[in-house]
Write a protein that binds this ligand. Structure first.
Ligand code: PBG
Length: 338
Protein backbone atom coordinates (compact mmCIF):
# COMPACT_ATOMS: atom_id res chain seq x y z
CA UNK A 1 0.00 0.00 0.00
CA UNK A 2 1.37 3.39 -0.88
CA UNK A 3 1.54 6.10 1.73
CA UNK A 4 -1.16 7.99 -0.17
CA UNK A 5 -3.53 5.00 -0.27
CA UNK A 6 -2.95 4.34 3.40
CA UNK A 7 -3.91 7.91 4.20
CA UNK A 8 -7.04 7.57 2.08
CA UNK A 9 -8.01 4.34 3.85
CA UNK A 10 -7.48 5.97 7.23
CA UNK A 11 -9.62 8.91 6.18
CA UNK A 12 -12.40 6.62 4.96
CA UNK A 13 -12.36 4.77 8.25
CA UNK A 14 -12.52 8.02 10.18
CA UNK A 15 -15.35 9.14 7.91
CA UNK A 16 -17.30 6.14 9.19
CA UNK A 17 -16.91 3.66 6.34
CA UNK A 18 -16.95 0.06 7.50
CA UNK A 19 -17.25 -2.75 4.96
CA UNK A 20 -18.35 -5.22 7.62
CA UNK A 21 -21.39 -3.17 8.60
CA UNK A 22 -23.20 -4.58 5.58
CA UNK A 23 -22.24 -8.13 6.48
CA UNK A 24 -23.47 -8.05 10.09
CA UNK A 25 -26.50 -10.32 9.68
CA UNK A 26 -28.16 -12.72 7.27
CA UNK A 27 -30.88 -10.19 6.49
CA UNK A 28 -28.44 -7.40 5.64
CA UNK A 29 -26.35 -9.73 3.49
CA UNK A 30 -29.52 -10.84 1.71
CA UNK A 31 -30.37 -7.22 0.87
CA UNK A 32 -27.15 -6.64 -1.05
CA UNK A 33 -26.65 -10.06 -2.66
CA UNK A 34 -25.45 -9.38 -6.21
CA UNK A 35 -26.19 -12.65 -7.96
CA UNK A 36 -28.53 -15.56 -7.51
CA UNK A 37 -28.55 -19.26 -8.21
CA UNK A 38 -31.93 -20.63 -9.23
CA UNK A 39 -33.24 -23.84 -10.74
CA UNK A 40 -33.54 -21.99 -14.06
CA UNK A 41 -29.74 -21.89 -14.22
CA UNK A 42 -29.35 -25.65 -14.30
CA UNK A 43 -28.77 -27.95 -17.26
CA UNK A 44 -28.59 -31.63 -16.37
CA UNK A 45 -26.27 -33.87 -18.45
CA UNK A 46 -27.59 -37.43 -18.78
CA UNK A 47 -25.70 -40.51 -19.98
CA UNK A 48 -27.81 -42.89 -22.03
CA UNK A 49 -27.34 -46.64 -22.14
CA UNK A 50 -28.80 -49.28 -24.45
CA UNK A 51 -31.29 -51.80 -23.09
CA UNK A 52 -34.24 -51.62 -20.77
CA UNK A 53 -34.67 -50.93 -17.10
CA UNK A 54 -30.93 -50.77 -16.59
CA UNK A 55 -28.64 -48.41 -14.85
CA UNK A 56 -24.87 -48.50 -14.46
CA UNK A 57 -22.75 -46.54 -12.07
CA UNK A 58 -19.58 -44.81 -13.26
CA UNK A 59 -16.61 -45.46 -10.98
CA UNK A 60 -14.95 -42.09 -11.63
CA UNK A 61 -18.19 -40.12 -11.15
CA UNK A 62 -19.71 -41.20 -7.83
CA UNK A 63 -23.48 -40.68 -7.82
CA UNK A 64 -23.80 -40.41 -11.63
CA UNK A 65 -25.33 -43.26 -13.62
CA UNK A 66 -25.86 -44.27 -17.20
CA UNK A 67 -29.57 -44.86 -17.73
CA UNK A 68 -31.46 -46.88 -20.29
CA UNK A 69 -33.98 -44.84 -22.28
CA UNK A 70 -37.03 -45.86 -20.22
CA UNK A 71 -35.29 -44.79 -17.01
CA UNK A 72 -34.04 -41.60 -18.68
CA UNK A 73 -37.67 -40.73 -19.47
CA UNK A 74 -38.54 -41.10 -15.78
CA UNK A 75 -35.50 -39.02 -14.83
CA UNK A 76 -36.59 -36.33 -17.28
CA UNK A 77 -40.02 -36.20 -15.64
CA UNK A 78 -38.38 -35.75 -12.26
CA UNK A 79 -36.17 -32.98 -13.60
CA UNK A 80 -39.15 -31.26 -15.20
CA UNK A 81 -41.11 -31.48 -11.93
CA UNK A 82 -38.22 -29.84 -10.10
CA UNK A 83 -38.22 -26.98 -12.63
CA UNK A 84 -35.00 -27.80 -14.49
CA UNK A 85 -35.49 -26.23 -17.95
CA UNK A 86 -33.32 -28.53 -20.07
CA UNK A 87 -31.32 -31.74 -20.32
CA UNK A 88 -28.15 -32.52 -22.28
CA UNK A 89 -27.97 -36.10 -23.57
CA UNK A 90 -24.82 -38.15 -24.11
CA UNK A 91 -24.98 -41.69 -25.48
CA UNK A 92 -22.74 -44.51 -24.39
CA UNK A 93 -22.74 -46.24 -27.76
CA UNK A 94 -22.65 -50.04 -27.89
CA UNK A 95 -19.04 -51.09 -28.54
CA UNK A 96 -19.78 -53.08 -31.69
CA UNK A 97 -21.22 -49.92 -33.24
CA UNK A 98 -18.06 -47.85 -32.91
CA UNK A 99 -16.18 -47.64 -36.17
CA UNK A 100 -13.31 -45.77 -37.78
CA UNK A 101 -15.79 -43.57 -39.67
CA UNK A 102 -18.26 -43.15 -36.80
CA UNK A 103 -21.21 -43.90 -39.07
CA UNK A 104 -23.45 -44.79 -36.11
CA UNK A 105 -23.46 -41.03 -35.36
CA UNK A 106 -25.94 -40.46 -38.18
CA UNK A 107 -27.97 -43.62 -37.87
CA UNK A 108 -31.50 -42.23 -37.37
CA UNK A 109 -32.14 -45.05 -34.90
CA UNK A 110 -29.01 -44.63 -32.83
CA UNK A 111 -29.24 -44.47 -29.05
CA UNK A 112 -29.26 -40.67 -29.06
CA UNK A 113 -32.12 -40.33 -31.55
CA UNK A 114 -34.19 -42.99 -29.79
CA UNK A 115 -33.66 -41.23 -26.45
CA UNK A 116 -34.61 -37.85 -27.95
CA UNK A 117 -37.81 -39.27 -29.44
CA UNK A 118 -38.80 -41.05 -26.23
CA UNK A 119 -38.20 -38.08 -23.94
CA UNK A 120 -39.80 -35.59 -26.34
CA UNK A 121 -42.91 -37.77 -26.56
CA UNK A 122 -43.36 -38.13 -22.81
CA UNK A 123 -41.86 -34.91 -21.47
CA UNK A 124 -42.48 -32.37 -24.25
CA UNK A 125 -42.04 -29.36 -21.97
CA UNK A 126 -38.35 -29.88 -21.16
CA UNK A 127 -35.67 -28.57 -23.55
CA UNK A 128 -33.45 -31.23 -25.10
CA UNK A 129 -29.84 -30.52 -25.93
CA UNK A 130 -28.07 -32.88 -28.32
CA UNK A 131 -24.29 -32.99 -28.30
CA UNK A 132 -22.79 -33.09 -31.78
CA UNK A 133 -19.38 -34.76 -32.11
CA UNK A 134 -18.09 -38.13 -33.20
CA UNK A 135 -16.25 -39.33 -30.10
CA UNK A 136 -19.03 -41.58 -28.74
CA UNK A 137 -19.17 -43.31 -32.15
CA UNK A 138 -15.58 -43.66 -33.36
CA UNK A 139 -13.27 -46.57 -32.66
CA UNK A 140 -10.44 -44.08 -32.04
CA UNK A 141 -12.39 -41.84 -29.65
CA UNK A 142 -11.71 -38.61 -31.54
CA UNK A 143 -14.40 -36.02 -32.27
CA UNK A 144 -13.77 -36.06 -36.02
CA UNK A 145 -12.73 -38.38 -38.84
CA UNK A 146 -9.10 -39.39 -39.09
CA UNK A 147 -6.66 -39.83 -41.92
CA UNK A 148 -3.66 -41.47 -40.29
CA UNK A 149 -2.90 -39.20 -37.34
CA UNK A 150 -4.73 -36.20 -38.77
CA UNK A 151 -8.22 -35.11 -37.73
CA UNK A 152 -9.93 -34.08 -40.95
CA UNK A 153 -11.91 -30.86 -40.72
CA UNK A 154 -14.31 -30.43 -43.62
CA UNK A 155 -14.96 -34.17 -43.99
CA UNK A 156 -15.85 -34.26 -40.29
CA UNK A 157 -18.20 -31.28 -40.63
CA UNK A 158 -20.07 -33.10 -43.40
CA UNK A 159 -20.70 -36.03 -41.03
CA UNK A 160 -21.62 -33.74 -38.13
CA UNK A 161 -24.32 -32.19 -40.31
CA UNK A 162 -25.87 -35.59 -40.98
CA UNK A 163 -25.71 -36.35 -37.27
CA UNK A 164 -27.32 -33.05 -36.25
CA UNK A 165 -30.13 -33.25 -38.82
CA UNK A 166 -31.16 -36.64 -37.45
CA UNK A 167 -31.07 -35.26 -33.92
CA UNK A 168 -33.26 -32.32 -34.92
CA UNK A 169 -35.65 -34.70 -36.66
CA UNK A 170 -35.76 -36.83 -33.49
CA UNK A 171 -36.78 -33.85 -31.37
CA UNK A 172 -33.64 -32.00 -30.26
CA UNK A 173 -34.46 -28.38 -29.43
CA UNK A 174 -30.86 -27.32 -29.09
CA UNK A 175 -27.95 -28.59 -31.14
CA UNK A 176 -24.68 -28.28 -29.26
CA UNK A 177 -21.57 -29.04 -31.32
CA UNK A 178 -18.68 -29.97 -29.01
CA UNK A 179 -16.29 -31.09 -31.74
CA UNK A 180 -14.35 -27.82 -32.29
CA UNK A 181 -14.03 -28.27 -36.08
CA UNK A 182 -13.77 -25.02 -38.03
CA UNK A 183 -16.84 -23.78 -39.87
CA UNK A 184 -19.29 -26.19 -38.30
CA UNK A 185 -21.59 -23.55 -36.85
CA UNK A 186 -22.25 -21.84 -40.19
CA UNK A 187 -22.58 -25.17 -41.96
CA UNK A 188 -24.98 -26.53 -39.35
CA UNK A 189 -27.12 -23.37 -39.40
CA UNK A 190 -27.44 -23.54 -43.15
CA UNK A 191 -28.29 -27.24 -43.17
CA UNK A 192 -30.83 -26.89 -40.35
CA UNK A 193 -32.52 -23.93 -42.05
CA UNK A 194 -32.65 -25.73 -45.38
CA UNK A 195 -34.41 -28.67 -43.77
CA UNK A 196 -36.99 -26.52 -41.97
CA UNK A 197 -35.33 -26.48 -38.55
CA UNK A 198 -34.84 -22.73 -38.34
CA UNK A 199 -36.11 -22.75 -34.75
CA UNK A 200 -33.52 -25.20 -33.53
CA UNK A 201 -31.09 -23.30 -31.31
CA UNK A 202 -27.34 -23.59 -31.87
CA UNK A 203 -25.40 -23.68 -28.63
CA UNK A 204 -21.77 -23.75 -29.61
CA UNK A 205 -19.08 -25.23 -27.43
CA UNK A 206 -17.14 -22.21 -28.67
CA UNK A 207 -14.29 -21.98 -26.20
CA UNK A 208 -13.53 -25.58 -25.43
CA UNK A 209 -10.12 -26.25 -23.99
CA UNK A 210 -8.04 -29.43 -24.26
CA UNK A 211 -8.50 -30.44 -20.65
CA UNK A 212 -7.51 -33.18 -18.24
CA UNK A 213 -10.82 -32.56 -16.51
CA UNK A 214 -12.77 -34.54 -19.16
CA UNK A 215 -11.31 -37.84 -17.94
CA UNK A 216 -14.38 -39.20 -16.10
CA UNK A 217 -16.72 -38.20 -18.98
CA UNK A 218 -14.64 -40.27 -21.36
CA UNK A 219 -15.14 -43.23 -19.02
CA UNK A 220 -18.86 -42.51 -18.92
CA UNK A 221 -19.30 -42.58 -22.72
CA UNK A 222 -16.69 -45.29 -23.16
CA UNK A 223 -14.27 -43.32 -25.34
CA UNK A 224 -11.45 -42.83 -22.84
CA UNK A 225 -9.61 -46.11 -23.18
CA UNK A 226 -9.76 -45.87 -26.98
CA UNK A 227 -8.44 -42.37 -27.32
CA UNK A 228 -5.01 -42.19 -28.94
CA UNK A 229 -3.04 -39.05 -28.30
CA UNK A 230 -4.80 -35.87 -27.26
CA UNK A 231 -7.26 -33.40 -28.77
CA UNK A 232 -4.89 -30.44 -29.02
CA UNK A 233 -5.17 -30.04 -32.78
CA UNK A 234 -8.80 -29.01 -32.35
CA UNK A 235 -9.41 -28.03 -28.71
CA UNK A 236 -7.81 -24.89 -27.25
CA UNK A 237 -4.57 -24.69 -25.27
CA UNK A 238 -5.24 -23.79 -21.64
CA UNK A 239 -2.59 -21.06 -22.02
CA UNK A 240 -4.68 -19.03 -24.45
CA UNK A 241 -7.22 -16.35 -23.78
CA UNK A 242 -7.25 -14.22 -26.94
CA UNK A 243 -7.62 -17.31 -29.10
CA UNK A 244 -10.63 -18.38 -27.04
CA UNK A 245 -12.26 -14.99 -27.60
CA UNK A 246 -11.61 -15.26 -31.35
CA UNK A 247 -13.29 -18.68 -31.36
CA UNK A 248 -16.34 -17.16 -29.69
CA UNK A 249 -16.40 -14.23 -32.10
CA UNK A 250 -16.13 -16.58 -35.06
CA UNK A 251 -19.00 -18.77 -33.87
CA UNK A 252 -21.19 -15.73 -33.27
CA UNK A 253 -20.43 -14.50 -36.79
CA UNK A 254 -21.52 -17.93 -38.02
CA UNK A 255 -24.84 -17.39 -36.18
CA UNK A 256 -24.37 -19.35 -32.97
CA UNK A 257 -27.31 -18.37 -30.75
CA UNK A 258 -25.52 -19.11 -27.50
CA UNK A 259 -21.94 -19.95 -26.65
CA UNK A 260 -20.32 -22.19 -24.11
CA UNK A 261 -17.04 -22.14 -22.23
CA UNK A 262 -15.64 -25.46 -21.10
CA UNK A 263 -14.38 -26.58 -18.61
CA UNK A 264 -15.92 -24.23 -16.06
CA UNK A 265 -14.19 -23.42 -12.83
CA UNK A 266 -10.66 -23.08 -14.16
CA UNK A 267 -11.95 -20.93 -17.05
CA UNK A 268 -14.29 -18.46 -15.39
CA UNK A 269 -12.03 -15.62 -16.52
CA UNK A 270 -13.00 -16.54 -20.08
CA UNK A 271 -16.70 -16.58 -19.18
CA UNK A 272 -16.45 -13.08 -17.75
CA UNK A 273 -14.60 -11.76 -20.78
CA UNK A 274 -17.05 -13.29 -23.22
CA UNK A 275 -19.94 -11.80 -21.26
CA UNK A 276 -18.32 -8.36 -21.14
CA UNK A 277 -17.20 -8.32 -24.78
CA UNK A 278 -20.18 -9.86 -26.54
CA UNK A 279 -23.04 -9.77 -24.04
CA UNK A 280 -24.67 -12.88 -25.49
CA UNK A 281 -25.99 -15.82 -23.47
CA UNK A 282 -22.91 -17.63 -22.15
CA UNK A 283 -23.10 -21.09 -20.68
CA UNK A 284 -20.39 -23.05 -18.97
CA UNK A 285 -19.89 -26.73 -18.39
CA UNK A 286 -18.87 -27.82 -14.92
CA UNK A 287 -17.24 -30.88 -16.41
CA UNK A 288 -16.89 -34.41 -15.11
CA UNK A 289 -13.47 -33.86 -13.52
CA UNK A 290 -14.71 -30.83 -11.63
CA UNK A 291 -17.63 -32.85 -10.34
CA UNK A 292 -15.31 -35.73 -9.41
CA UNK A 293 -12.96 -33.39 -7.55
CA UNK A 294 -15.71 -32.23 -5.26
CA UNK A 295 -17.25 -35.68 -4.81
CA UNK A 296 -13.99 -37.45 -3.99
CA UNK A 297 -12.77 -34.66 -1.73
CA UNK A 298 -16.08 -34.72 0.12
CA UNK A 299 -15.98 -38.52 0.41
CA UNK A 300 -12.51 -38.21 1.95
CA UNK A 301 -13.87 -35.77 4.48
CA UNK A 302 -11.86 -32.86 3.07
CA UNK A 303 -14.83 -30.75 1.93
CA UNK A 304 -18.40 -30.12 2.96
CA UNK A 305 -20.07 -31.54 -0.15
CA UNK A 306 -23.19 -29.42 -0.16
CA UNK A 307 -21.41 -26.16 0.62
CA UNK A 308 -18.72 -26.81 -2.01
CA UNK A 309 -21.33 -27.75 -4.61
CA UNK A 310 -23.35 -24.59 -4.06
CA UNK A 311 -20.30 -22.32 -3.89
CA UNK A 312 -18.93 -23.74 -7.13
CA UNK A 313 -22.18 -22.98 -8.95
CA UNK A 314 -22.58 -19.51 -7.47
CA UNK A 315 -19.13 -18.73 -8.88
CA UNK A 316 -20.39 -19.53 -12.40
CA UNK A 317 -23.27 -17.10 -11.95
CA UNK A 318 -20.98 -14.38 -10.59
CA UNK A 319 -18.75 -14.84 -13.65
CA UNK A 320 -21.71 -14.08 -15.91
CA UNK A 321 -23.20 -17.45 -16.91
CA UNK A 322 -26.78 -17.69 -18.14
CA UNK A 323 -26.73 -21.34 -17.18
CA UNK A 324 -24.49 -24.19 -16.11
CA UNK A 325 -24.26 -27.77 -17.30
CA UNK A 326 -23.70 -29.64 -14.08
CA UNK A 327 -23.91 -33.20 -12.80
CA UNK A 328 -25.09 -31.65 -9.52
CA UNK A 329 -28.26 -30.32 -11.20
CA UNK A 330 -30.77 -32.63 -9.51
CA UNK A 331 -29.22 -32.26 -6.05
CA UNK A 332 -29.11 -28.50 -6.38
CA UNK A 333 -32.68 -28.35 -7.65
CA UNK A 334 -33.87 -30.38 -4.66
CA UNK A 335 -31.92 -28.20 -2.28
CA UNK A 336 -33.27 -24.99 -3.80
CA UNK A 337 -36.80 -26.34 -3.45
CA UNK A 338 -36.46 -26.51 0.35
C1 PBG B 1 -16.78 -34.63 -26.53
C2 PBG B 1 -17.25 -34.09 -25.23
C3 PBG B 1 -16.48 -34.11 -24.07
C4 PBG B 1 -17.27 -33.58 -23.06
C5 PBG B 1 -18.50 -33.24 -23.61
N1 PBG B 1 -18.47 -33.55 -24.97
C6 PBG B 1 -15.12 -34.66 -23.82
C7 PBG B 1 -14.03 -34.43 -24.76
O1 PBG B 1 -13.99 -33.43 -25.49
O2 PBG B 1 -13.15 -35.28 -24.77
C8 PBG B 1 -16.81 -33.46 -21.65
C9 PBG B 1 -17.83 -33.27 -20.59
C10 PBG B 1 -17.35 -33.60 -19.22
O3 PBG B 1 -16.15 -33.85 -18.98
O4 PBG B 1 -18.20 -33.63 -18.33
N2 PBG B 1 -17.35 -34.28 -27.68
Amino acid sequence: MTQQNREKADLDFLAGKRMRRTRQAAWSRAMVQETDLTVRDLIWPLFILDGENSRESIATMPGVERLSIDLAVEAAKEARDLGIPSLALFPCTQNDRRTEDGRESYNPDNLMCRALRAIKAEVPDIGLIADVALDPYTSHGHDGLMDGEVILNDESVAVLIKQALNQAKAGADIIAPSDMMDGRIGALREALDNEGYENVILLSYAAKFASAFYGPFRDAVGSGARLKGDKKTYQLEPFNRAEALREVEQDLLEAADWVMVKPGMAYLDIVREVKDQFDVPVFAYQVSGEYAQIEFAAAAGALDRQAAMMESLIAFKRAGCSGILTYFAMDVARLLQK
